[in-house]
Design a protein around this ligand. Structure first.
Ligand SMILES: Cc1cc2nc3c(=O)[nH]c(=O)nc-3n(C[C@H](O)[C@H](O)[C@H](O)COP(=O)(O)O)c2cc1C
Length: 213
């Protein structure tokens, strides 16, 4: 399947079937997500994959709607995309770890550090965590398209209760001082005869969507 075909094939799946994703396929999808671009190569995204049935059932109770509850329970995996908080990213140790392989030249490294510190000064009190948060969507989107290519279904799940972070923190799945949940996703196989999974996509027109100047 080409990327264009995968983008047309992908739909938000509303019903999953009881079929396991193989370790190999799952690993390939996770690799695609890991290879997504990130601002200045800082890779703030951390992904948690819940495959344990009992744990999925517990977390399903943290969603808003019955649809989402059923999605979490029936999908093979619940993916929780989290992002590190800005205060973790700006630590010198973190920056050195990320950049030392990318930037060998010492002067260039210093320049990058100065540039980043100036940039962070501007954003850290207002949109700092958001700088990390929005980047998780890039990994998530990469993964969704790769899943479509394998005819594995996915559903973004924005409809989680706002206490999801503290629930995961209490379970020691995340450290909410250092990271926060951005978006969740159900992932699994779906019934290819289920009309709902092959419904027509409706989008705003090209003219409304794009302005080419
Ligand atoms: C950020 C975000 C959050 C979403 N949250 C949910 C959700 O909680 N439950 C759900 O069933 N669909 C959710 N969706 C799926 C959208 O409803 C869906 O993408 C949209 O209706 C277009 O349909 P399509 O994905 O099949 O093309 C979400 C999508 C996005 C991008």
């Amino acid at each position: 399947m080409s990327v264009i075909e995968a983008s047309e094939f992908r739909k938000t799946i509303k019903r999953y079937i009881d079929k396991k994703i193989s370790e190999k396929d799952l690993n390939e999808l996770l690799e695609v997500a890991r290879h997504a671009p990130s601002s200045m190569g800082l890779e703030p995204t951390r992904l948690i994959v819940i495959r344990n049935k009992e744990l999925k059932e517990v977390l399903a109770k943290e969603v808003f709607s019955e649809t989402n509850y059923n999605l979490v329970n029936s999908a093979d995996s619940l993916l929780i995309f989290t992002s590190l908080k800005i205060n973790e990213i700006i630590k010198e140790k973190y920056l050195i770890e990320r950049w030392s392989k990318l930037i060998i030249d010492k002067d260039k490294f210093k320049k990058r550090m100065n540039f980043f510190n100036k940039y962070v000064d501007q954003i850290k009190n207002t949109e700092g965590d958001y700088f990390c948060f929005f980047q998780t969507y890039i990994s998530a989107s990469f993964l969704m398209l790769a899943a479509a290519d394998k005819k594995i279904g996915s559903s973004f799940l924005g409809g989680f209760k706002s206490n999801i972070d503290s629930v995961l923190n209490d379970m020691k799945i995340i450290d909410s001082n250092k990271q926060r949940v951005s978006i969740c996703m159900a992932l699994g196989y779906f019934d290819s005869n289920d009309a709902e999974s092959f419904r027509k996509s409706y989008r705003i027109s090209k003219n409304e969507f794009v302005t080419i100047i």
